[in-house]
Design a protein around this ligand. Structure first.
Ligand SMILES: CC(C)(COP(=O)(O)OP(=O)(O)OC[C@H]1O[C@@H](n2cnc3c(N)ncnc32)[C@H](O)[C@@H]1OP(=O)(O)O)[C@@H](O)C(=O)NCCC(=O)NCCS
Length: 307
């Protein structure tokens, strides 16, 4: 297997390889490859892995920037990386990444950035970038998927927001638009349910506190959901034997085991509103920018403001 620079005549073969490697996303990624090859303004450069005269793998770099306070720092983004399905698992992907990273290093780039599966790229020296102060260009990219490898020219001041070239935006190739909805692990919290001795009363309290429609609680119901808020919903469940929480709790007391953090625009206005709805302020207040409140059944919740 030989790795060499991608040539204009390779494009057809590289596009076919990309479609095969990426399956359902193949057309979108092939658009990226076509634009990289046809629009010199992006300065994209690619490499191909060749076996027996056939292109079996491909990788490309395109410059983005770290928007650091001291300077805008050009840093290449590695994307895409493809290996023919019947040639995967033989080190070709790893060799292409190594080749592209070495080329970036030799060209004086301080890092190579990418978004991808950390399970794969951590084996190739990449690490989560946000941990080191490089913010991802979009929250559509799961935080752990945004990675980089730092090179010889890296300096610690190269921190800040990473800016993608518009190429990636144009093909809609930034992040996973629905990853939050799907959940990065395939599981997601849909509802937080609060136990109540008096279900209608607590449902009314939280609905009024949060400005949601007060739900109808049918006769005999033991659970009611409040309207969805930002993809989450809050529900109240009848728990007639529930013990009242002590807060702060000492040994042997009924401890709270889960609580709500509710962000407020204005802390004192939010406290006043909560009190009107039926909450009370807890006697112990450990933080200035947070007010610990007790709902009508004594569950602590926090009102907090961004400082
Ligand atoms: C990802 C890809 C480029 C890897 O190419 P490859 O030539 O098979 O890679 P390598 O041979 O260097 O490494 C293969 C190893 O990585 C592992 N691996 C592959 N994808 C992985 C992942 N998402 N998480 C963890 N390990 C992964 C393989 O299981 C294999 O492990 P092994 O060596 O213990 O058997 C290739 O699978 C591919 O083209 N996939 C489709 C396109 C794609 O997803 N590209 C990356 C986009 S970010």
């Amino acid at each position: 297997m030989e790795i060499r620079a991608q040539l204009p005549g390779d494009l057809g073969e590289v596009l076919a390889l990309t479609r095969l490697a990426f399956g359902d996303e193949g057309d979108e990624v092939a658009r990226l490859v076509a634009l990289q090859a046809s629009e010199p303004v992006y300065g994209s450069r690619g490499w191909v892995a060749v076996e027996d005269g056939r292109i079996v793998g491909h990788v490309a770099l395109t410059d983005g920037w770290i928007d650091a306070v001291r300077a805008l720092v050009p840093v290449p983004v590695l994307s895409p990386l493809s290996v023919l399905p019947d040639r995967q698992g033989r080190g070709i992907g790893g060799a292409l990444v190594g080749y592209a990273v070495a080329a970036a290093d030799a060209a004086g780039a301080p890092a190579v950035v990418l978004e991808g599966d950390p399970g794969y790229y951590s084996r190739l020296g990449f690490e989560p970038a946000e941990d080191r102060g490089l913010q991802r260009p979009s929250t559509a990219i799961p935080e752990r998927a945004f990675q980089w490898v730092r090179l010889a020219a890296y300096a610690p001041w190269m921190r800040g927001r990473f800016v993608y070239p518009d190429l990636f935006w144009r093909i809609g190739g930034v992040g996973l638009r629905d990853w939050r909805a799907r959940g990065a692990t395939g599981v997601q919290v849909s509802t937080v349910t609060i136990g109540a001795r008096d279900l209608p009363r607590l449902a009314r309290f939280y609905a009024e506190l949060l400005g949601l429609p007060v739900p109808e609680v049918p006769e005999g119901a033991d659970w009611v959901a409040l309207r969805d808020t930002d993809g989450w919903s809050l529900a109240i469940q009848q728990e007639p034997e529930q013990l009242r929480v002590t807060w702060p709790a000492g040994a042997g007391d009924q401890h709270m085991q889960i609580h709500l953090e509710i962000r407020a625009d204005d802390l004192s206005a939010a406290v006043a509103h909560a009190v009107v709805c039926g909450a009370s302020e807890a006697g112990y207040q450990p933080q200035e920018d947070v007010r610990v409140m007790l709902d009508p059944e004594g569950h602590p919740f926090c009102l907090w403001v961004e400082t």
